[in-house]
Write a protein that binds this ligand. Structure first.
Ligand code: G1P
Length: 288
């Protein structure tokens, strides 16, 4: 079955980015000139998806407003001939639908994804974590959809992480199938050193099948007292195996200060409007 829908969990307090996130949702913090969430929406759209559900939390209406029209601003920009700016605020193509649902309690990523149950219905769907922005040649969501089309099983986007960092991630038990495709038969969320399955870690991208909702209904809180999507996917991986795709691309954890700065520097260095100026600035600044 074709993947037509994507879910972007983007609720959460953004604790590691306080005080910036006190009144602004974490996913609305800009990377150069666009809020982080727009990169994820564009990734889904560029992967061929036209129906996108964003899971937000209380007080995060800025996300809804960002993806709505702003007729007054559009009128002013048009009147003053600022056509490039006008284009820049038309954030999504007209044939793409963006929906929103509120996660009423922050009970973990698994719980957030469960909030998409009615939207998803009975079809496979993509998940793009709002915390993870990924720069790649082929959109990572597309890379995962390609894998789903080949294997017809749930997919996780994965990469190796440093040994001292695996405790922050979901660790995967994997064996290579071919190229960058791996069979994953077990996974563990935030492993202690004795529980690490490999340094291959889940990095914010998934293709899930609707059976996940029934499993999530019976998934108890796990690491950090939260309902973890890793624990639900573990069940499927133990029974039938899932596919891990070692994707091409660089992932930025925009939920923390260093990740957000890295993303700004690296996207800034490639931004057509500022790249030369920014390169010079960095060179001169680092000479000091
Ligand atoms: C979540 C997932 C984890 C994954 C990580 C990075 O953890 O639970 O499996 O490795 O994102 O995508 P969090 O960073 O929300 O604690």
């Amino acid at each position: 079955m074709k993947i037509k829908k994507a879910v972007i969990p983007a609720a959460g307090f953004g604790t590691r980015m306080l005080p910036a996130t006190k009144a602004i949702p974490k996913c609305m913090i800009p990377i150069v000139d666009r809020p982080a969430i727009q990169y994820n929406v564009e990734e889904a759209v560029n992967s061929g998806i036209k129906d996108i559900l964003i899971i937000i939390g209380r007080g995060q209406e800025a996300v809804i407003n960002h993806f709505d029209k702003n007729p007054e601003l559009e009128y002013c920009l048009e009147k003053s001939g600022k056509i490039d700016f006008l284009k820049s605020i038309k954030t999504i193509p007209d044939d793409v639908n963006i929906y929103f649902v509120r996660q009423r309690e922050t009970k973990g990523l698994g719980h957030a994804i469960y909030c998409a149950k009615a939207f998803v219905g009975n079809e496979p769907f993509a998940v793009l974590s709002g915390d993870d922005v990924i720069k790649s040649n082929v959109p990572v969501c597309r890379q995962l959809i390609n894998a789903y089309e080949e294997f017809g099983k749930p997919i996780v986007g994965a990469q190796k992480v440093p040994e001292n960092e695996i405790c922050k991630y979901g660790s995967l038990k994997v064996e290579n199938i071919h190229d960058n495709y791996f069979l994953c038969t077990d996974m563990v969320e935030k492993p202690t050193p004795d529980k690490v399955l490999s340094l291959y870690s889940v990095l914010g991208r998934y293709i899930l099948t609707p059976e996940i909702f029934e499993i999530l209904e019976n998934t108890r809180p796990g690491a950090g007292g939260e309902i973890q999507i890793t624990d639900a996917m573990k069940k499927i991986s133990n029974q039938n195996g899932i596919i891990a795709v070692d994707f091409e691309g660089k992932r930025y954890d925009i939920g923390n200060k260093f990740g957000a700065i890295q993303a700004n520097v690296e996207f800034g260095l490639e931004h057509p409007e500022i790249s030369d100026q920014f390169k010079n600035y960095l060179k001169n600044h680092l000479d000091i």
